[in-house]
Design a protein around this ligand. Structure first.
Ligand SMILES: NC(=O)N[C@@H](CC(=O)O)C(=O)O
Ligand SMILES: [Zn+2]
Ligand SMILES: [Zn+2]
Length: 461
């Protein structure tokens, strides 16, 4: 038996909401039919819409906005090796709850994702869990050691067909290794995603460097430690003619370097995390390790510059840097705590709050930032897709008038290190559809068996 058809009735398409500050009601209400993992029919209700068929599951989407499924280019799934923080299953459940249909899984696992064997293992775990498409990222250097290149070619040619390589968590600091890595990935249209942090300039660093770090007596992390690496790497990428992606941009100066590089035609793309679009270093005054993250929370001016850079297109994508850590690593003294925040479930609400409600981007632009551009950068097969007949049915339905409540009990991942605990944020992810089947149904995750069975019945493609 194949999966039931889905009929989505009366959604507004993000792609048709191109005006910043516009009202979702401005776009026509549209019906979409999904069958066999694909969108098969689409009709505006003003043109009569689509008639329901026997046995079809109907989703009433009045008031909801439909976006192509969100794609996270920067997720830490922690498996293998750190299953007390997250697993591929728990992390992709959090992804589905947040509206994501694809996540790119960072390489800082144990063993590190630096061989064909390990990336294929992660890919298999993702296929089995089936809550989201999992695309493993390969390490640039062996064991993230920064000394020898990993098996980049073998990972690219493996069944996992890796296209994104990163030592995230660590910076590829040696310029010669960075050069060789860029040369290598250029041969198969891959990309190096750099965690830009000069290690010498940030030894022992605990927060952003400035007046506040002096006042709090914490070792500072200067903006130049990020900006100098980005400047070097855009020049290297230009010299080689290869693709470079900058992870989690966090300073106003980084924006200026990327802007300059783009004006020169360098093939560079940049991401910002939701938390760097809203939180500032002032929160460190609490000494609450939930605010300890790499790169550190910066100044108000940086937050403003990052939002503007998104509006101007200097920043290409939003990526969560979902970084789960167990309570022991976060409920301790600031100095001893791990760096990182979970982010898959709060990404869309924070984007709504900081970008849509502030008039910086339209819904169509948000769809580019959270779905289509990351898919392009990661060379995700079958993407970017639009919500039209023939496309893979990866989509999310969002209620912009709804709210999301963040508390420990409601978070779907294994770890609870969210900076938004106890908060209510605007927007609610109502339905997530991956390869034509529901992973999130009216705010509730589908059952693991149902998801795995649906994927087995032709959902995988
Ligand atoms: N962002 C973080 O603070 N932590 C990440 C590493 C990283 O993204 O650099 C982690 O793996 O925990
Ligand atoms: Zn990083
Ligand atoms: Zn990361």
């Amino acid at each position: 038996m194949s999966n039931p058809e889905l009929l989505i009735r009366g959604a507004r398409l993000a792609a048709q909401l191109t005006e910043r500050g516009g009202d979702p009601g401005d776009a026509p209400a549209v019906d979409l039919r999904i069958s066999d993992g694909r969108i098969v029919e689409r009709a505006a209700q003003a043109d009569g819409g689509l008639a329901a068929r026997d046995g079809e599951r109907i989703i009433e989407a009045e008031g909801l906005i439909a976006l192509t499924g969100l794609v996270d280019l920067h997720t830490h799934l922690r498996e293998p090796g750190f299953e007390q923080s997250e697993t591929v299953l728990t992390g992709t459940r959090a992804a589905a709850a947040g509206g994501f249909t694809t996540v790119f899984a960072m390489a800082n696992t144990l063993p590190v994702q630096d061989t064909a064997g390990v990336v294929e293992q992660v890919q298999r775990l993702g296929d089995a869990a089936a809550y989201a498409t999992v695309r493993p990222i390969g390490a640039v250097t062996e064991e993230l050691g920064g000394e020898r290149l990993s098996e980049i070619g073998a990972m690219a040619q493996s069944r996992a067909a890796v296209r994104v390589f990163s030592d995230d968590g660590k910076c590829v600091h040696d310029p010669l290794l960075m050069r060789r890595a860029l040369e290598y990935v250029k041969t198969f249209d891959g990309v190096i995603a750099q965690h830009a942090q000069d290690p010498r300039l940030t030894e022992g660093a605990q927060m952003n460097e400035g007046a506040l770090s002096s006042e709090l007596g914490l070792k500072g992390w200067p903006a130049v430690a990020e900006e100098s690496i980005i400047a070097r790497d855009v020049l290297l990428a230009e010299h080689i003619g290869a693709r470079l992606h900058i992870c989690h941009l966090s300073t106003a100066g980084s924006v200026e370097v990327v802007r300059w590089a783009k004006a020169r035609g360098v093939q560079v793309t940049a991401e910002v995390t939701p938390h760097h679009l809203i939180l500032t270093e002032e929160l460190v005054r609490s000494y609450d390790p939930r605010y300890k993250v790499n790169p550190p929370l910066r100044r108000e001016e940086d937050v403003r510059a990052l939002r503007r850079a998104v509006a101007e297109g200097v920043i290409d994508i939003i990526a969560t840097d979902h970084a789960p850590h167990p309570v022991e690593a976060k409920e301790c003294e600031w100095d001893a705590a791990a760096f990182g925040m979970v982010g898959l479930e709060s990404a869309l609400p924070i984007a709504l709050l900081t970008l849509i409600q502030e008039g910086h981007v339209s819904w169509a632009e948000l769809e580019r930032l959270l779905s289509q551009r990351p898919a392009e950068i990661g060379r995700l097969a079958g993407h970017p897709a639009a919500l039209e007949p023939g496309a893979v049915a990866d989509l999310v339905l969002v209620d912009p008038a709804g709210v999301s409540v963040f508390d420990r009990a409601r978070l779907r991942g294994r770890s609870v290190n969210s900076p938004y605990l106890g908060m209510e944020l605007p927007g609610r992810v109502a339905y997530t559809v991956r390869h034509g089947y529901l992973t999130l149904d009216d705010g509730e995750l589908a059952e693991p068996e149902a998801v795995a069975a649906a994927a087995g019945q032709g959902g995988e493609r």
